[in-house]
Write a protein that binds this ligand. Sequence first.
Ligand code: ATP
Ligand code: MG
Length: 425
Amino acid sequence: MTSLPDIHRLQGTADLLPAESFQWAEAERVIRATMFRFGFGEIRFPVLEPTELFARGTGASTDIVQKEMYTLVDRGGRSLTLRPEGTPSVVRAYLEENLGSQRPVWKLFYLGPMFRAERPQKGRYRQFHQFGAEMIGAASPESDVELIALARTILHDLGLTGLRLQLNSIGSPAARHDHSEKLRAFLRQPDVYAKIDEDCRRRMETNPLRVFDCKNEECIRIMRHAPTIDQFLTAEDQDHFARVRSGLESLGISYELDPRMVRGLDYYTRTTFEFKTDLLGAQDTVCGGGRYDLLVETFGGPATPAVGFASGIERILAAAQEAGASQGTLPRLDVFVGALGDQARALIPSILARLRGLGFSADSDFLGRGLKAQMKEANRLAARLVLIVGDDEITRGQFTLRRMDEGGQAEIPADLAQWNKETFA
Ligand code: ATP
Ligand code: MG
């Protein structure tokens, strides 16, 4: 009996075993392929960053910065944080690598683990994985459309159907300033104030727009009566939004307008969007994004418009599974080598080396078990062919090659040098 270890994996994290890892690798392959088709190049940035990057980038009033970051102090006394999202790092790298001086527009994507200290539940983990894309340098409504089309294409390519696209514009700072005033006045009304929770009372002071992002049922109900941003958009905001919408319509991408969808990040300006699925219950957002025209400046760079999105891989794979779309299963083994007797067993390493050298996947039983157990192992590996090597066969100078699907068998020379690809076709 095996005893359990006394060290356990952290809550909200996962071990992926080979069958599942294979599906992840397949999903990542699809994501990269579609990103390349859209002209996005991959960027890889550190998992550990200065805490200040997120405090300023993600925004001090966000839930992420307020209560979800894994922050530690390094040996030099510096505050570091495990990245909770990718956008601030991409912008930091854009400035640090001086990308803006090389060409006017950069299309970058990333893929990897993110960390947030949230309450673990279905679809919500502490180490989760995102892919995301950012277009930095373009202000046009067409660039918003490009990002939305990219996200939608990847989600489709991964087998997600029946997605709903929700769209909003949270305008420019001028529009938000006026809206925030009205929103505060609304939230300060005694009958409203009495019903909103502690967090939202704090949000009311720091960034009242955040109250729209509250997950508390009562707050959501009250906010149905709150003034929404659409009434405050400037003429330029409205024009931009109209062009994003007509761009989506020209691509046949349908959407729903949701004037209360503000997203959980402080840096958004104008367009915000989310893709939702009906296949997942409560955590139904598989992708979220928007325009962030002021973030580059926040980090001390020149005025540089940008737009991007991020998408959660765990939720996508769960939804794809619900939709009956699989990312595939582990490939079958080409040749299993079964050995009987000591002389045969001694030949196994060179037989495996020869088969692998010819480009086949090849494996064997390393336990010296009987033929029955070895055939069972071959079946578990879904081997296409089983090569049987016994002391008899060695004497005869012929090995037996059994075809597992058709059921027939053939003799092949025991001289490995005579083998070629056709021998095992
Ligand atoms: P939510 O409203 O679900 O908390 P969010 O607004 O915090 O999401 P973003 O920061 O925009 O989400 O992240 C984009 C996507 O990453 C989400 O739509 C979701 O698919 C995924 N995601 C975010 N947090 C988690 C998590 N803790 N576990 C798994 N996936 C997550
Ligand atoms: Mg969140």
